[in-house]
Design a protein around this ligand. Structure first.
Ligand code: PLP
Length: 507
């Protein structure tokens, strides 16, 4: 029996596995194998077959055996042979009789919501295709051959150097390339750190946060302990015997405020005193609108903070590219957890991102998107002020989502009403740690980045249409601060961000 992969794209355009077996010698076996390949649809009509010599060499048979097999199949009508265009699969070679055909059903198309206002994704229509392509092309042209071998688990040096400069300039991160490990995003970083045995729990987390991240930690065996939130962010003063604390200091996810400067310092002090570590999730740190950028907590003490970022909000979650900026003592363990070679982040994408950053395209893209999201945020705030002025909107000074505060007990019905009208969004309850004893806050988390530009207006109209009106649902005690959002409105919102009715989140 001879088995072979006929694998030159130039010759037949695709890999073809031919198995020469059964009675009657090689010629008969080859005829059967080719006929089966055409009949079964593995060789599509029009496909060019390899020249006799190449196929003979691949299969280890005589050239004449291949020539005879082709001639037989041409005679049977499975193949055609024309001067100058070689031997091809006949256009009307029917792979199967009609009755035998297995109907291939198109998979049902997942129908998304009519208006997608879920938080989490940037505007997919704004991916900078041309600039990314230019970076990819340059990266490919300039890449030395070793790039196409196994990748270094730390990530490409070019990217780590570009990130060192960019993160220092844009986020106030203090590091060097040797302390950066490239990964495929924040979730991957958590898996490496906790699943890879670098860190252990228990981990303090914000009482409102992404359930997916809590689940990742729990799956890795790290218990999560909820920290209540108040006007100044997470109550890091309540940190005790945990080994690590996971924070979103630039923009609390999902409620939206920055962690107060004193709390930032207190978190680092706790880590120093207890030998703990602060995990800084800098998921959308580039997108601040109304205030001076909030720098990274990592800048306060690079030996006590693991700073984690990714391109999921700034470029696309599809790229699966992120980075960890590590205290020196964790670098070796993280690399060990990653394994001998890069298994997650495509090396070519790493080089493209390095070029994208160094060439200034990343800054240009972030600036452009900041303007776009800011204008969407303004439109959201203005539409709410006009149609449902009794509903307070908070967490709007940064990021890609806002929180609409609702009267106690109304969140579930508001989410249901929205779903019913084709508006997808989440309620705050989605993000609440199941073990927190903080009073629950009712609210809607509205992502304003996801719809494409042309769909955004209709999404806003639909949103305003499903929100409870003041007369339908009286709202007691909510701030009536009218928009637009200005620095002072922002400050007021921040002050009131954690009040619902007259109730403070942290009484
Ligand atoms: C709170 C939070 N952290 C981190 C991320 C980034 O996750 P990843 O890098 O795994 O895509 C997201 C989503 O983009 C997020 O919402």
């Amino acid at each position: 029996m001879t088995e072979s992969w006929v694998n030159s794209a130039e010759r037949i355009g695709a890999d073809l596995h031919l198995e020469l077996s059964g009675p009657g010698g090689r010629r008969a076996a080859l005829i059967r194998a080719l006929r089966d390949a055409v009949r079964g649809g593995r060789l599509a009509p029009g496909t060019r077959l390899p020249p006799y010599r190449s196929l003979a060499a691949d299969l280890g048979v005589a050239r004449n055996t291949v020539a005879d097999a082709y001639a037989e199949l041409v005679a049977e009508g499975w193949l055609t042979a024309r001067q100058g265009s070689g031997t091809r699969v006949a256009d009307r070679a029917e792979p199967l009789r009609h009755a035998e055909r297995v109907p291939i059903k198109a998979p049902p198309r997942a129908r998304g919501p009519r208006h997608d206002l879920r938080q989490g994704a940037p505007d997919a229509s704004a991916f900078p295709r041309a600039a990314w392509l230019a970076s990819y092309r340059r990266a490919l042209q300039q890449a030395p051959n070793e790039v196409f071998g196994p990748g270094d688990p730390a990530g490409r040096r070019e990217l780590r150097e570009a990130l060192t400069e960019y993160l220092a300039r844009a986020r106030g991160v203090r590091t060097e390339p040797g302390r950066i490990v490239v990964c495929s995003g924040f979730a991957h970083a958590l898996r490496l750190l906790f699943g890879g045995g670098v860190l252990r729990g228990p981990v303090a987390v914000e009482a409102y946060g992404l359930a997916f991240h809590r689940e990742l930690l729990q799956t890795a065996g790290a218990r999560t302990v909820p920290l209540p939130l108040d006007d100044d962010g997470a109550r890091v003063d309540l940190l005790a015997r945990e080994r690590a604390v996971l924070l979103t200091p630039a923009h609390q996810f999902p409620t939206g405020g920055p962690l107060h400067a004193e709390r930032r310092a207190a978190a680092v002090d706790w880590a120093r005193a207890r030998g703990g570590v602060v995990l800084e999730d800098d998921y959308d740190g580039e997108f601040r609108y109304d205030r001076k950028p909030v720098g990274a907590v990592q800048g306060l003490d690079p030996e006590r903070v693991i700073h984690i970022g990714s391109v999921s909000k700034s470029l696309s979650p599809a790229l699966r590219l992120g980075w960890m900026v590590l205290p020196e003592r964790y670098v070796g363990a993280v690399l060990e957890a990653k394994g001998e070679r890069e298994g997650w982040a495509s090396v070519l994408d790493q080089l493209s991102l390095a070029d994208f950053i160094v060439s200034g395209s990343y800054d240009r893209h972030v600036r452009r998107m900041r303007q776009r999201y800011r204008s969407r945020r303004d439109r959201l705030v203005a539409a709410l002020a006009e149609h449902v002025p009794h509903i307070e909107v908070t967490g709007v000074a940064a990021g890609l989502h806002a929180v609409l505060r609702l009267p106690p007990g109304t969140e579930r019905s508001a989410v249901k009403a929205a779903t019913w009208q084709g508006v997808a969004l989440d309620g705050l309850a989605e993000f609440r740690h199941p073990e927190t004893d903080m009073p629950a806050a009712d609210g809607l988390v509205v992502g304003y980045a996801t719809p494409s530009e042309h769909a955004y207006g209709a999404a806003l109209d639909a949103l305003c249409g499903v929100l409870p009106s003041a007369d339908r649902t009286p709202v007691a005690g909510l701030s009536r601060s009218r928009n637009p959002v200005t620095e002072s409105t922002y400050d007021r919102n921040m002050t009131h961000a954690c009040h619902v009715g007259q109730q403070k989140w942290d009484p």
